[in-house]
Design a protein around this ligand. Structure first.
Ligand SMILES: Nc1nc2c(ncn2[C@@H]2O[C@H](COP(=O)(O)OP(=O)(O)OP(=O)(O)O)[C@@H](O)[C@H]2O)c(=O)[nH]1
Ligand SMILES: [Mg+2]
Length: 397
């Protein structure tokens, strides 16, 4: 087959085939809609624990892409006396909740009792923070979490402070990598001493979450999560690193065929001037979800500018695509569909090889054009998100 028309991956083709296999279009559509809704419905609960003052509340804010001063952020820097787990719901993905758990660390701390009191079963995984070596309480807690068949990850927080202190105290011999290795080895040793032999420790600064081991931690969590939750986790991450943006693009790309099948199968409206039918409202939803995930609304750009000390206009100036900041509505979609007509026909040739599709979906032509339009939109939006982030990360001249 001509590789120039190999636009869809084999995985996508398999997905389409198995979705439409039984020949029952209604059932297939229902299943695909459910799977798309899962991204907004399936709960993901992340527990943040550790001793008092290790940065739990700061991490809760950072991982939700919030500053410590925003309305709805967790209170930081003060000794919190709450004995209850506090849920912080993700602003864009309300199915994602980050739980600020009560500090561990009273001398007679009992890990079992603690886990029961925080209702351990509701969390998908635990992150145990320490701003020093890991201590007995951290280790006891990790073992108890493991015994309850849940996952935990160790994070060493505040490494920016260690680096800063070393820079002042050891000016001549300062070497960032050596210091980070020292911290890492020291933490791993403290865990080994406590009987935890096989374990990674992620070094982070919650003041600059994009640095140090953030991408490695993201990778690990992503691998450990089941597929459905993995995508939810990825999409909910703050847009602070290029790998995060790339992962989001990949996650969203895999879902395009589902939107395209649903939209073309439920088509009631002929698109004026085109020989295709599609359900435009479904496409509005899909495209709004892309914009939301890449943080390309005004509010998110303002937050990004604030975080990296840039002006909003500076960040906006690198946007190339005329559609990125537009309001997504039916008119925009019809314009985009019109633009994609030629490319769409090309993919139809390819799609026709899939048994069933041509016969089931009201016009393989519609499917092809919608698929192309969504792919093009996602590409443009993802590329602009990268440009904006690169601008934000640029060091001041
Ligand atoms: N330099 C630096 N400071 C941090 C970091 N994380 C947190 N802090 C600071 O450490 C202090 C305590 O942070 P919190 O997030 O309130 O700690 P906590 O674990 O929630 O504390 P409790 O709620 O009292 O248990 C605050 O002043 C934070 O600004 C970090 O990664 N680097
Ligand atoms: Mg706190």
């Amino acid at each position: 087959m001509d590789s120039s028309i190999k636009i869809m991956s084999d995985e996508e083709l398999q997905g389409i085939n198995s979705a439409l296999e039984g020949g029952d279009l209604c059932a297939a559509i229902e299943k695909l809609s459910e799977s798309l809704k899962d991204l907004e419905n399936v709960p993901l609960n992340i527990a943040i624990t550790g001793e008092s003052g290790t940065g739990k509340s700061t991490f809760v804010n950072a991982i939700r892409g919030m500053s410590d001063e925003e309305i709805g952020s967790a209170k930081t820097g003060v000794v919190e006396t709450t004995k209850l787990p506090t849920p912080y719901i993700h602003l864009q993905y309300p199915n994602v909740t980050v739980w600020d758990l009560p500090g561990i660390g009273t001398p007679n701390f009992a890990a079992d009792g603690y886990l029961k009191s925080v209702d351990f079963s509701r969390y998908d995984f635990f992150i145990i923070l320490s701003s020093e070596r890991f201590k007995k309480n951290d280790i006891d807690l990790a073992k108890a979490i493991h015994a309850m068949d849940k996952k935990f990850y160790f994070v060493r927080s505040k490494v920016d402070s260690d680096l800063h202190a070393s820079m002042i105290r050891r000016k001549k011999t300062f070497n960032e990598e050596n210091i980070l290795n020292e911290i890492r080895n020291n933490c791993i040793q403290s865990l080994k001493d406590g009987g935890i032999t096989e374990c990674k420790v992620f070094l982070l600064s919650f003041l600059e979450l994009n640095k140090f081991d953030f991408d490695e931690m993201r990778n690990t969590l992503e691998k450990d999560l089941p597929e459905q939750k993995r995508n939810i986790f990825l999409l909910s991450l703050p847009n602070i690193s290029l790998p995060v943006l790339e992962k989001k693009r990949q996650a969203l790309r895999k879902e395009i065929w589902k939107w395209a099948i649903i939209s073309s199968a439920l088509a009631t409206v002929p698109i004026p001037g085109l020989s295709i039918y599609c359900d435009v409202d479904i496409l509005v939803n899909a495209m709004i979800s892309y914009q939301k995930s890449f943080g390309l609304d005004q509010n998110s750009i303002e937050k990004l500018a604030d975080k990296f000390g840039k002006c909003v206009s500076e960040l906006r100036s690198v946007i190339k695509s005329p559609i990125v900041l537009q309001e997504i509505n039916r008119e925009l979609i019809i314009t985009l569909l019109t633009r994609r007509t030629t490319g769409g026909l090309m993919i139809v040739e390819y799609v026709r090889i899939i048994p069933l599709l041509g016969g089931l979906v009201a016009g393989g032509v519609s499917f092809g054009i919608i698929y192309q339009m969504l792919s093009g939109f996602l590409k443009e939006i993802a590329e602009d998100a990268v440009r904006i982030l690169m601008k934000a990360l640029e060091s001041p001249h």
